[in-house]
Write a new protein. Structure first.
Length: 287
């Protein structure tokens, strides 16, 4: 009999216990139905107004309850930041609200990771297929408050100049540019485009196409009569170091070999006209 009575009491507790606890909870809630929760400094807005008191006030404790998002949303008391969440601070309210947990206004100031950790084309929109060849350091050129406001940092660009500077994507080689290859950085620097360090190895035209006295220094007025094949005698690394190629000289020998501009006829030379090439060969003067 004693064993049967104990079993019956236990059964009643199991059956009636949840109902009694629910009645007790409703009774407590009813007692505080007129309570202004905003007076505590934490108004029950949005979804927070729909949860039961004991969801936050554990074990009926009314003091010491966390008021920051992360104080409750720690994956212990309530669901917290998932593992797939972008790297960020714990200031949840900068992006989320109690009305709708979905981000309402993304504040990049509270994101701690690199742009590409989210902007990978999956979590968030990533670098488009037609983007210029570059590293993944997005903030080298873009700013978060206006993505289209671009300040190009050429240090983050991995392609060649001409891959962007085509005249379409970016300003390209002008029509009056001298004939050259497309290796722009042979002569130009990205920090100051007008600061040119000229590399003649990248020039595809003849010297005279630039050295015409207008685009660049040309043949001076007192230059010996010659063709415009400057490179026959001059070299680009040292212009004043001349190796004369007589095939490019247009004047008579004596126009240069006059004893002033170049070695002339010596005083003991046999009497002759000044038509030097009647007797001499420019390749071997003694021959």
């Amino acid at each position: 009999m004693a064993w049967g009575l104990r079993f019956l009491i236990l059964l009643c507790l199991l059956v009636l216990g949840p109902g009694l606890r629910a009645q007790e909870s409703e009774s407590i809630a009813g007692e505080f139905s007129d309570f202004d929760h905003g007076a505590t400094g934490f108004p029950l807005e949005g979804v927070h107004g729909e949860v039961t008191c004991e969801s936050c006030h554990l074990d009926g404790a009314l003091t010491g309850t966390p008021q920051t998002c992360v104080g409750c949303h720690d994956n212990g008391i309530a669901a917290g930041k998932p593992e797939t969440h972008p790297p960020s601070s714990d200031n949840c309210g900068q992006c989320h609200t109690a009305q709708n947990w979905k981000p309402f206004a993304f504040d990049h100031a509270f994101v701690e990771g690199a742009c590409v950790e989210c902007h990978d084309g999956g979590t968030a929109s990533g670098k488009p297929a037609d983007h210029i060849a570059s590293t993944d350091t997005c903030d080298a050129c873009h700013v978060t408050n206006d993505w289209t406001d671009v300040r190009v940092d050429h240090a983050a660009v991995s392609g060649t100049c001409v891959s962007c500077h085509t005249g379409v994507t970016a300003t390209g080689k002008s029509e009056n540019h001298l004939p050259t290859t497309d290796s722009c950085d042979d002569c130009h620097v990205v920090t100051d485009w007008t600061d040119v360090r000229f590399d003649h190895a990248s020039v595809s035209g003849a010297c005279a196409s630039c050295h015409n006295g207008s685009t660049a220094t040309g043949k001076p007025g007192n230059h010996i009569p010659s063709s415009n094949l400057c490179e026959d005698c001059h070299q680009t690394t040292e212009w004043s170091e001349v190796r004369v190629n007589h095939d490019s000289v247009a004047g008579a020998c004596v126009t240069c070999h006059n004893g002033s501009f170049a070695q002339g006829k010596p005083s003991d030379h046999p009497q002759s006209s000044n038509a030097c090439d009647d007797c001499h060969d420019t390749r071997e003067w003694d021959d």
